[in-house]
Design a binder for this molecule. Sequence first.
Ligand SMILES: Cc1cc2nc3c(=O)[nH]c(=O)nc-3n(C[C@H](O)[C@H](O)[C@H](O)COP(=O)(O)O)c2cc1C
Length: 260
Amino acid sequence: MKNVLSRILILLSSIVFFSLSSPVNADSGTASPSGAESTVQEEASSGSAKGAGSDDEIESEASREINYIRESLQLPKRKNVLVAYFSRVGENPGVGVITKGNTRIVAEEIAKQTRGTLFEIRTVKDYPESYEACLALAKKEQAKQLRPELAENIDITPFDEIYLGSPVWNEDMPMAVYTFLEGHDFNGKVIRPFNTHEGSGDAGFVDKIRGAAKNAVVKPIFSVRGGMAQYESFKLPFAVKTWRTAESIRQSEALISNFK
Ligand SMILES: Cc1cc2nc3c(=O)[nH]c(=O)nc-3n(C[C@H](O)[C@H](O)[C@H](O)COP(=O)(O)O)c2cc1C
């Protein structure tokens, strides 16, 4: 009997204890198991109480973050770097008939590394696809020192660093490159030349550019075989980077221009 009474007492005191310690939700009248959980529930329900507006806020915050990361990864173009180049598609010695010019391939790699603006020096009149016909025309233009009209021009004022690319045509630059050089004021500009060739190397381009672009500071040239640009372009990123870095640490021009 005594045993039974003590059990009833324990049961009653437990009921009283739990009814006092469990807070009652004022709205629903239901008991929450603990204060801490009640707070989490309140936050959750207050969030859902705000409904779509709050979700929108979270979403726009997330998209702001994503845009920020995207912008940081897709680095903007560098406003002061121009990569101007002349390049021709068609038949070329050493590479056959090509659909993307050798010099253009190098220009694109430079633009990629420098985040510069690409500009193609194009003539109003296209050059022949056949190598022999093109060579004959190039020689004629050289003999007469013609300055073929360009299809498009660019204001170089905003650029202070200009990468200038050209193929070797009969030991010289195509006359259209002179049209470009003589048509602009290079005062205060730095020109970094590059060329592609099939054996002539730098072909004295640095001096030729110095003569045509008065007042420009002309840096050492990056000279590469057209065949390498065309068929071993995987070597270009390193070669271009070496040239640009070497130039900045003043290594010899010969070392760079003899790069094979
Ligand atoms: C008309 C013409 C003349 C060329 N003359 C020379 C030359 O004198 N020396 C040389 O090494 N390569 C010469 N080449 C080869 C080009 O310089 C070489 O193929 C170059 O990579 C072409 O560049 P592109 O594809 O950007 O036009 C000549 C090519 C052409 C079409």
